[in-house]
Design a protein around this ligand. Structure first.
Ligand code: ZN
Length: 145
């Protein structure tokens, strides 16, 4: 059952979040808050020669916000800034679009597809998009330097 698999992925990343640490001397960091649920996340990024060499997060929150941040770090590490920005847009669209994504497009998101079910629970969408918005903020902070 796909739904059960997705549930397992979210629980796994909640219990054992990947890249849950602080980066010393990051290129940038940004904080995201979701007062509706009590989620707090700080995203750290380190850039090198146009690549997202490292990214990590810290904070506390519900299973969804943590799993989303953990999956995000795995997905984007060592990608180019262009790829990272395109992915942020794709994921935020996946999480907020009204129509059901078809199976093949869902598959292209890999484990991140586990977050797509959240579209049915509008009150929780912010939990899942929170780390992605924080990452976007961190990237914007670099560009304005
Ligand atoms: Zn939450």
């Amino acid at each position: 059952m796909l739904e059960e698999l997705y549930q397992e992925i979210i629980l796994d990343h909640y219990k054992r979040p990947r890249n849950f640490r602080i980066i010393e001397l990051p290129s940038a960091s940004a904080e995201g808050l979701n007062p509706l649920c009590g989620d707090e996340v700080t995203v750290y990024i380190k850039l090198k020669e146009g690549l997202l060499e490292d990214l990590s997060f810290q904070g506390q929150g519900c299973a969804l916000s943590k799993a989303s941040a953990s999956l995000m770090t795995l997905r984007l590490k060592n990608k180019t800034l262009r790829e990272v920005k395109a992915d942020i847009d794709r994921i935020c669209t996946l999480l907020t679009q009204e129509e059901e994504p078809d199976a093949s497009s869902l598959e292209s998101f890999g484990d991140l597809g586990a977050l797509a079910g959240i579209r049915k629970f509008p009150a929780r969408i912010k939990c899942a998009t929170l780390p992605w918005h924080a990452l976007k903020q961190a990237l914007d902070a670099i560009h304005t330097q």
